[in-house]
Write a protein that binds this ligand. Structure first.
Ligand SMILES: Nc1nc2c(c(=O)[nH]1)N[C@H]1C(S)=C(S)[C@@H](COP(=O)(O)OP(=O)(O)OC[C@H]3O[C@@H](n4cnc5c(=O)[nH]c(N)nc54)[C@H](O)[C@@H]3O)O[C@H]1N2
Ligand SMILES: Nc1nc2c(c(=O)[nH]1)N[C@H]1C(S)=C(S)[C@@H](COP(=O)(O)OP(=O)(O)OC[C@H]3O[C@@H](n4cnc5c(=O)[nH]c(N)nc54)[C@H](O)[C@@H]3O)O[C@H]1N2
Ligand code: SF4
Ligand SMILES: [Mo]
Length: 706
């Protein structure tokens, strides 16, 4: 090693994980990222995406400076402009639209959670638009809201065991983080460790994921039927009196109503719905209720259905009636570190003396009130409104870190909305994408290696230091761009900080550390406390764990969990199933990619060069399909071309097609995004009436050789 090399501690943000890393630099150049073996959050874990961070940082295809469209939309003709010109133009256009039509005519579109997420929402609130759009309705939010109304906060599987006990039983329900690396602030490496230590493992997944290989119970359910399975488990636990009476009697409301409610939801009732043997359902329920402490690790498997919200409620009730809430080794509520100020999407009234969005403004949100627990503008309703102009046509959009043509459903509709219906489109991204190709202005964003941050997820028990170690061309941290634009728009009250550095020092103020000192330390831990409900109650209207939800009752939704069949399935639409006999799983998260990202990185792409559809060897054989064949996956709405991958861990009735594919190596402006994009298979469908989630799980398709 040359004398110029140095190693700096930081925290990876290749996904929603919490891996602490050592970044190796040679002079100013980042050369390597390694896991930090002493990290209490990740203990040296590093996934391939984390390893590839330097390749992402210096990728030659990255956006280097702001671009203004010069040709027609989608012609791929651009002119380099300065940041000042770009921000001036945005500020002018946004102001003009706000004055002429109202703030709600500017929509803010946020992709999956990123370090800047609080700021995008705060910006929307400060600017005054209620139209905050993105994929959240089908990812995580149904679980967050269900948790909030049931028990005030999101419970997390206690895989760190700070209370001296690790989970003796882990039920992995539609979550594959041992493979993907991380999700929702949970580290895949640490989760694998907890799985190895557990006495019993239950996996509920239609595919034999790695965790299922060694599981004591693997329930291979029909996709989209989780709601029925969960109700049957509740039934078993109640019928066999395996409940925790102390918790149920003292800290919950509505148990008696639940007992009546689930009477008919026996494992025999669930068997034909879920395709899981009634005896297997009973056995798994018994294990979960009797091997204590137990934790449920849930994931996207339960999102993306018309029953997402109720399924989440059922799983919370399973945690509750077995006495696993907030006990060591159960499903716990993390205590955040003291002194670290919460990032807030709201303009904190105490600190800043500014109000939230006025009610009239909220009421102007597109699809306001349609889905009572959908916190943001409902995304499919939003794109419809842009096309139909009803209730009004949004005039401008700022898409921050999302590639909806490829990651959302109905990309063709979104393409039309972007090409023909919106007046002004800004996209912030690291790369040019099919979505960015349709923008008027494209802004180059920084990766995590180019950012300072106090990494803070409200549901975890520590904050991590991330250090800015590199810069690339004119790419800027999205937060600095938001600050800059907010100041140009006069939104100083909501953004009183000059820049990220001043803001980060403010966040840490009460800890007595400056950001620089915090970076030296790398982490601030909290002191975990368990069973907080015994002294503080739950943050619900009754102060109890609400099995029977008073909030749901108030909005006219079922206060007890129900099961809803997927709207397109062999049961709901048997006539469609005659022509489209296979059940479609719309892709799971892939180890080497992050949604539509990272297809440019050769080291990652070579592991998975083409889009794949998993199918059972028997199904493939019956259709004359062999490993590696290109096949059409066709739904009643569209067909896409994908390569067959034979896998006997999937049921012969189902296929699982990777999502979010586009081909950066192909020609712009399309980059082949219409060829293999699974999102195109979904037509207009009814959504989860509570959360607005789209029912992608358990759709119908057919597969044939291309
Ligand atoms: N490498 C990598 N990591 C990521 C991401 C990524 O793109 N790549 N994305 C991040 C994001 S935004 C998220 S939200 C998380 C999500 O992470 P996970 O929650 O793990 O999400 P998935 O991989 O989509 O699905 C998890 C499992 O659900 C199963 N499943 C599919 N349909 C059903 C069903 O109907 N019922 C049940 N019970 N299971 C089902 C799938 O087979 C899969 O094994 O991952 C994050 N981490
Ligand atoms: N069929 C199907 N569809 C799905 C899913 C599924 O399982 N199946 N999963 C859903 C889920 S869980 C989610 S969360 C969504 C994700 O949907 P998206 O958020 O649209 O996902 P990404 O592909 O990650 O798009 C993010 C874009 O942001 C850019 N980017 C990355 N980092 C930054 C940054 O720091 N700043 C800026 N400005 N840009 C950045 C990337 O280059 C990329 O082009 O997809 C959903 N869609
Ligand atoms: S799991 Fe996520 S946070 Fe951890 S190394 Fe991989 S990309 Fe980075
Ligand atoms: Mo997600």
């Amino acid at each position: 090693m040359s004398s110029e090399t140095r190693v700096v501690r930081s925290a990876c943000r290749g996904c929603h994980g919490i891996c602490q890393v050592f970044v190796h630099l040679d002079g100013d150049r980042v050369v390597q990222v390694r896991g930090d073996p002493d990290s209490p959050t990740s203990r040296g874990y590093l996934c391939p995406k984390g390893q590839a961070a330097p390749k992402l940082l210096y990728h030659p295809d990255r956006l280097t400076h702001p671009l203004r469209r010069v040709g027609r939309r989608g012609e791929n003709r651009w002119k380099r402009i300065s940041w000042d010109e770009a921000l001036h133009e945005i500020s002018d256009k946004f102001t003009k639209i706000k004055n002429e039509s109202g703030a709600e005519f500017v929509a803010i579109y946020q992709g999956t959670g990123r370090p800047h997420i609080e700021w995008t929402e705060r910006f929307a609130n400060a600017f005054g638009t209620p139209n905050f759009v993105g994929p959240a309705h089908l990812c995580f939010i149904p679980r967050v809201i269900a948790s909030n109304i049931t028990m005030g906060r999101l419970p997390v599987c206690d895989i760190y065991g700070f209370g001296g006990e690790m989970p003796a039983c882990i039920m992995v329900w539609g979550c594959n983080i041992t493979e993907t690396g991380a999700s929702d602030g949970m580290c895949g490496g640490m989760f694998s460790r907890a799985l190895n230590q557990a006495d019993k493992v239950i996996v509920v997944d239609p595919r034999r994921i790695r965790a299922a290989e060694k599981a004591d119970h693997w329930l291979q359910l029909r996709p989209g039927t989780d709601g029925a399975l969960a109700l049957a488990m509740i039934n078993t636990i109640i019928v066999e009196d395996l409940i925790d009476h102390d918790f149920v009697d003292n800290y919950t409301i509505g148990f008696e109503k639940l007992v009546q409610h689930v009477r008919g939801f026996t494992p025999e009732w669930a068997e034909p719905i879920t395709s899981v043997d009634a005896g297997a359902i009973r056995a798994a329920a018994r294990t979960f209720a009797t091997v204590a402490p137990g934790g449920i690790q849930w994931g996207n498997g339960i999102d993306m259905s018309v029953c997402s919200f109720h399924t989440a409620r059922s799983l919370l009730i399973l945690m509750g009636i077995t006495g696993n809430i907030d006990r060591p080794g159960g499903n716990v509520i993390w205590v955040p570190p003291t002194g670290v100020k919460q990032k807030s999407v709201l303009i904190n009234p105490e600190q800043r003396g500014v109000q939230f969005l006025p009610k009239e403004q909220k009421d102007r949100m597109i699809a306001a009130g349609k889905f009572p627990f959908c916190p943001n503008t409902h995304t499919p309703a939003f794109w419809d409104s842009v096309i139909t102009g009803k209730p009004y046509r949004t005039r401008a959009i700022w898409i921050m870190g999302s590639n909806p043509l490829v990651t959302a459903t109905q990309g063709l509709k979104i393409e039309r909305a972007l090409k023909e219906c919106l007046e002004f489109i800004v996209v912030s991204d690291i790369f040019m994408t099919p979505t960015a190709q349709l923008a008027d202005l494209v802004l180059p964003a920084a990766t995590w290696l180019e950012q300072d941050d106090v990494v803070y997820l409200s549901k975890i028990w520590c904050v991590l230091a991330r250090k800015k170690l590199a810069h690339f061309a004119e790419a800027r941290d999205d937060r600095d761009v938001i600050f800059d634009l907010a100041h140009r728009l006069g939104l100083h009250e909501a953004f009183p900080w000059k820049d990220s550095t001043e803001y980060l020092n403010w966040v840490l103020e009460e800890t007595g550390l400056t950001f620089a000192q915090f970076c030296e330390r790398g982490i601030i831990l909290s002191e975990m406390r368990y069973r907080k409900y015994t002294t503080e109650g739950f943050h619900t209207p009754s102060g109890k764990f609400e099995i029977y939800s008073s909030i749901m009752e108030r909005v006219g939704a079922s206060p007890l969990p129900v099961y809803r069949e997927p709207p397109m399935s062999p049961v709901s639409t048997p006539e469609v199933a005659k022509e489209f006999p296979l059940i479609l799983i719309p892709g799971n998260k892939v180890r080497y990619f992050f949604h539509s990202e990272l297809r440019q990185i050769e080291d990652l792409r070579r592991h998975n060069p083409d889009p794949l559809v998993e199918m059972h060897p028997d199904t493939a054989a019956a259709l004359g399909i062999s490993e590696g064949d290109w096949v059409w996956v066709e739904s009643p709405s569209a067909r896409v071309k994908i390569r067959a991958k034979l896998f006997d861990g999937i049921s012969p009735q189902a296929v699982n097609a990777q999502y979010a594919w586009w081909f950066p190596e192909q020609d712009p402006p399309d980059y082949g995004w219409k060829t293999s994009n699974v999102g195109l298979l979904f037509g207009d469908t009814p959504c989860d009436p509570e959360s607005g989630a789209e029912p992608l799980k358990g759709y119908l398709c057919k597969v044939y050789k291309a």
